[in-house]
Structures are given as C-alpha cells and as structure tokens.
Design a binder for this molecule. Structure first.
Ligand code: PMP
Length: 427
C-alpha cells in the first residue's frame, strides 16, 4: 500500500513550487502512484483503465518487466554521457531502429525529447538545402523550443518567440477542412505557399501523419505524396514527425507515414520510443547526416546507455508480443464500437483515426460542428469516476484522444465504450 503524501499535500507543493502554467484534466486531480500494463492506480489503490498512456507514450504497457530489467541492468553497470567512449547500448539500439526504417534512412541521432528531435531535424534541413523556409500544417504540434514552437500552429501553445521562416499550410483536415477529404486540393496550398511566399526554394516540410495534440486529425488521403512532391521540387526535405503516431500505434504499419505511401528524408520520434523514459531520435540518410560534420554536434544525454538499453528492450517487446498486430485488430474493433456509439449519441460528430490512435469529436450541433467544450469535460469527469482515463485535445479542446498502451484488449475496448456510453448519456 502507498504511504506517501496525499493528493492534497502534493497539490499544495505543486501550487507553491512548480510552474503556475501546469494544468490538469480533472476537478480533483488524481494522485497516480503506480502503473501495470494498461492500468494506473491512485493513492487509495483504485484502478483506472488507462486509455491515454501518458499521451501515447507508454506503448508496451506500464512498468513492463523486460524494459525495467534492461534499464536496471544498465543502471547497475554504467551511466554516463554518450559520445566520448564506445558503448554497445547506443550502437545496438541505433542498428535495431534503422532496421525498422524504409529506404536509405539509417543514420540515427539521439535526443532527450520530441522537441529536441524536431529542432535538430529542422536545422539539418536548413543546413542541407541552404534555404530557410519551413512549411508546417495549421493545427500541428512539433515542440516547445523556439524553432518547433514556430512550426507549431495552434495559438494555445505559442509564446512570442521569433517565428522566422515558417509558413503554415491549410490543414488537410477531412472533418473540418474546406476541401473535406480531398488531399489533392489541400496540396495545392503547399505549391502556392512556395510560389507566392518564398524564393521558390524551401528548406523543408514537416508534418504528423495523424495530428495528436491537434485532436487526432488524419491528414487527408493523397495529400502527403503531392505535398512531398511540391516540396522536393523546391529543393526541400520532407520531415515526418512520428513522435505520437509512430512505434506501431497505427496498427497497419510501424510508422504513420507508411500509411500514406511516402518515404520521408528525415523522421523524428520520441514518446513511445522509450515507453516512458526520456528519449527521442532523428533518423535520416547518410548523405543528409553529413551536414552535421561541418561543426561538432553534441548532446550530453542524447542516447545515454540507460535510455538506449530501454529503447532496445521496447523494440523487442513490440516484436515479441506482436503489439502492432494487437493495435490493428483491437484498434479496428474499438473504432467500430465507437462508430456504433456515434449512431446513438448526437453529440458525437466524428469518429476517426487508426489503430490505437483514435479520436471522438464532440459537437453540440452536427451541421454547424459547434465544439462541445464543456460537455467533454463533464464526460471525462464521469469516465474517471467510473475508472477510465482518456485524453482530450484538438484546437477547440473538444476531441477525446484515445491512445492506450498497445496491450489494450478487446475486453478493455468494450469496457471503455460502455463507460463512454454511460458518461455521454448522463450529459
Ligand atoms: N511532436 C509531436 C507530434 C508531439 O505530440 C509532441 C509532444 N506532444 C512533440 C513533438 C514534442 O515532444 P516533447 O514534448 O517530447 O518535446
């Protein structure tokens, strides 16, 4: 049993000593003290089904014993910075990660977060092309340092950093976008940004395959191949931000970009890569990687042995437990059941996503698509009271984000949908 400080005590310390900008989802914040597989436990030992997984972070389930063993063994052996000496942990993980990549994507740079990975990717694109302009999508989230905050296009996450050389393209959003699911029409905007807003040369284009923070928006089919084409014609590199969508989450493929039939020039990742430990990576081609030899590039903890030993264990667990297949099968089942719920509840405007990256958008009027902002908060509270934790996001904050650990079962999916059904009925 837990004998640490209570939720009230922690909340008091947090209010006094931590950032005043921190927020939480529930009227009474939860004190989560333990996690196992797809479950989290609060200070009273109450169990919650975790359908958010720390923002799509825990892919193999909480405290997976194999991953804990790998990290503990490495911690007992050696902990130090990455670059000065040889160590097998970083090399082994880089090799295993490269094996998951298509084409010529086989050089790995390790970082500590998704933000760092995207900052590095953007810098490499600028160095490689000698151009400055970056195109990203409206409603995207790419990080919280100045370059990535510039590329992020949702005002909720922006401070007044100098946003230099970033253009935000019309979001290829099949539900709310002006062109519906017509990827080709949205891609024209990328061409026009290049034509009207740049010298005709760009550094690159960055996009998620399914926007996570943006509310599980699946980039319209046909969009990415055409956008990539336009960007490459302007000399730019194409960056896939796989921080949330990557690592087997979409089920049908290991990476989100693969569902669009494109091969990026640079791929960035974080979150799921470490199953909860701080780790990120940039993977690119040997040719593009060369740009960083012009100077020294150094990251003290990027790829440290503890995190890379954990990362390698994550890849092994994903393979051995066939978690991608589980995300495919159970994810499709869950989406199907959510579609059933949509027939029953008028408030569900849209059900979307793939595998275990699913979204349910709540609207008070299906024609006008009026965001049901208060209702979603009430529903989340009811769901929490019934033992289910889910995420929320989207520009209007009215989209349930369902991104459970990939070991989520069919029974969990049924329980989840039944609980959501009751919560929506109570509104
Ligand atoms: N890219 C995407 C798609 C993300 O969802 C996030 C985090 N929400 C980031 C980048 C930034 O990652 P981090 O918080 O690890 O810096």
């Amino acid at each position: 049993p837990y004998d640490g400080p209570s939720a009230v005590e922690i909340a008091r310390k947090r209010a006094e000593f931590l950032s005043p900008s921190l927020f939480h989802f529930y009227s009474k914040p939860l004190n989560i003290v333990e996690g196992k597989k797809q479950y989290l436990y609060d200070e009273h030992g109450r169990r919650y089904l975790d359908a958010f997984a720390g923002i799509a972070t825990v892919c193999c389930g909480h405290t997976h014993p194999d991953i804990i063993d790998a990290i503990t063994a490495q911690a007992n052996r050696l902990q130090h910075s990455t670059v000065l000496y040889l160590n097998h942990a970083i090399a082994d993980f880089a090799e295993a990660l490269a094996a998951k990549m298509p084409g010529d994507l086989k050089v790995v740079f390790f970082t500590n977060s998704g933000t760092e990975a995207n900052e590095l990717a953007i810098m490499m694109a600028r160095l490689y092309t000698g151009s400055h302009d970056i195109i990203s999508l409206r409603n995207s989230y790419h990080g919280n340092a100045s370059g990535t905050m510039g590329a992020t296009a949702q005002k909720n996450w922006k401070f007044n950093v100098v946003q230099s050389g970033v253009h935000h393209a019309v979001n290829p959003d099949p539900y709310r976008g002006a062109f519906g699911p017509d990827g080709e029409k949205y891609a024209r905007d990328v061409k026009e940004i290049i034509e009207f807003g740049t010298t005709g040369h760009v550094a690159g284009f960055i996009s998620e395959a399914i926007q996570g923070v943006g509310g599980i928006v699946e980039v319209a089919p046909g969009y990415l191949p055409l956008a990539y084409d336009a960007v490459r014609k302007a000399g730019g590199l194409c960056i896939a931000d796989e921080v949330q969508v990557g690592f087997a989450r979409v089920g049908s493929h290991f990476w989100g970009f693969e569902t669009h039939g494109v091969i990026p020039d640079i791929v960035t990742m974080a979150k799921g890569i470490g199953n909860g430990i701080p780790l990120g990576a940039v993977v690119t081609t040997p040719e593009i990687a060369q740009v960083l030899t012009r100077r020294s590039y150094f990251n003290t903890f990027g790829g440290n042995p503890l995190c890379t030993a954990g990362g390698l264990a994550v890849l092994k667990v994903l393979d051995r437990e066939r978690l991608q297949e589980n995300a495919f099968i159970v994810g499709a089942y869950l989406k199907d059941r959510l579609r059933g719920l949509q027939e029953k509840h008028q408030i569900i405007g849209d059900v979307r996503g793939a595998g275990f990256m699913l979204g349910v958008e709540l609207v008070t009027d299906r024609q006008l698509k009026t965001p049901a902002k208060d209702e979603i908060c009430q529903a989340m509270e009811h769901m929490k009271d019934m033992g289910v934790l889910v995420g929320k996001g989207g520009f209007y904050g009215n989209v349930f984000r369902i991104t459970p650990p990939l070991c989520f079962t069919k029974e969990d999916a049924d329980f989840f949908v039944d609980v959501m059904d009751i919560a929506l009925s109570k509104l």
